[in-house]
Design a protein around this ligand. Structure first.
Ligand code: ZN
Length: 195
C-alpha cells in the first residue's frame, strides 16, 4: 500500500492513441513496406486509420498499444468510471529484493500513470452498472503478479456485493518474474479458489 500523497505524484490518465497534425494526417510508421517490398513514406489520413482500428492498411502494423485508460474510455460511458478506493492504494512489493525492480516500478509508474499493471473501478455501459478491471501492457508487459491477484479478488467481491457484472480486459506477457513464485500463487486467488 502507498499513501495518497505519493499516489498523486504520478496517478494520471495516460493515453497512447496517436494525435493527428492540424492537417488531419499523421506520419506513417517506420519500416512500412508494401507487398512488393517498397518502403512507404507517405503520411496517413487519421480518420482512415481510426476507422481501421489503427491498423496499417499496407502492412498490418498496429500504430499503438492502448493504455488501460484508453480501454476505459472505449468501454464505459464517458465520465462514469470511478476507481475503487479498496484497490487504489495496493502497490507492488519487491519481496525478493530482485535487482532493479524498485527502480523499474518507479519509472513505469511515471510512464503509465498507474500504480500497478491493473486498475479496477465502477462504471456504466449504456447506463448499466458494471465493475471493470483493465490491464496496461505498458506496465511491465501487464505481467500478472501479487497486486493483480489481490485487485481481481477485491473487485469480484465488490461486484458480488453490488450484484453487477464484472468485466476483465486482460492483456499480459505472463507471470512477473520479479516476484517469483508469489506471482503464480496469486493466480488461484484471481480465480476465486481458496488455497
Ligand atoms: Zn505499414
Amino acid at each position: 500500500m502507498i499513501d495518497s500523497t505519493e499516489l498523486e505524484t504520478f496517478h494520471l490518465p495516460v493515453s497512447r492513441i496517436p494525435k493527428p497534425e492540424s492537417t488531419g494526417y499523421i506520419n506513417r510508421h517506420k519500416n512500412c513496406y508494401n507487398e512488393n517490398g517498397i518502403h512507404q513514406y507517405d503520411p496517413v489520413l487519421f480518420s482512415n486509420l481510426k476507422q481501421s482500428n489503427f491498423i496499417c492498411d499496407v502492412c498490418g502494423h498496429r500504430y499503438m498499444r492502448p493504455s488501460a485508460w484508453d480501454y476505459i474510455d472505449w468501454m464505459v460511458d464517458s465520465g462514469s468510471f470511478f476507481e475503487h478506493e479498496e484497490t487504489k492504494f495496493i502497490a507492488d512489493k519487491d519481496i525478493l529484493g530482485f535487482p532493479g525492480y524498485i527502480e523499474k516500478l518507479k519509472e513505469t509508474r511515471i510512464k503509465t500513470g498507474l500504480l500497478t499493471a491493473m486498475i479496477t473501478g465502477d462504471g456504466t455501459i449504456c447506463g448499466k452498472k458494471i465493475v471493470l478491471c483493465t490491464t496496461d501492457f505498458g506496465f511491465l508487459g501487464g505481467s500478472f503478479c501479487m497486486s493483480t491477484g489481490e485487485k481481481v479478488w477485491r473487485a469480484a467481491q465488490i461486484a458480488i456485493n453490488k450484484n453487477v457484472p464484472m468485466i476483465i480486459q486482460a492483456c499480459g506477457g505472463g507471470a512477473r518474474m520479479h516476484e517469483g513464485c508469489s506471482s503464480m500463487v496469486s493466480i488461484p486467488k484471481a480465480l476465486g479458489l481458496r488455497l
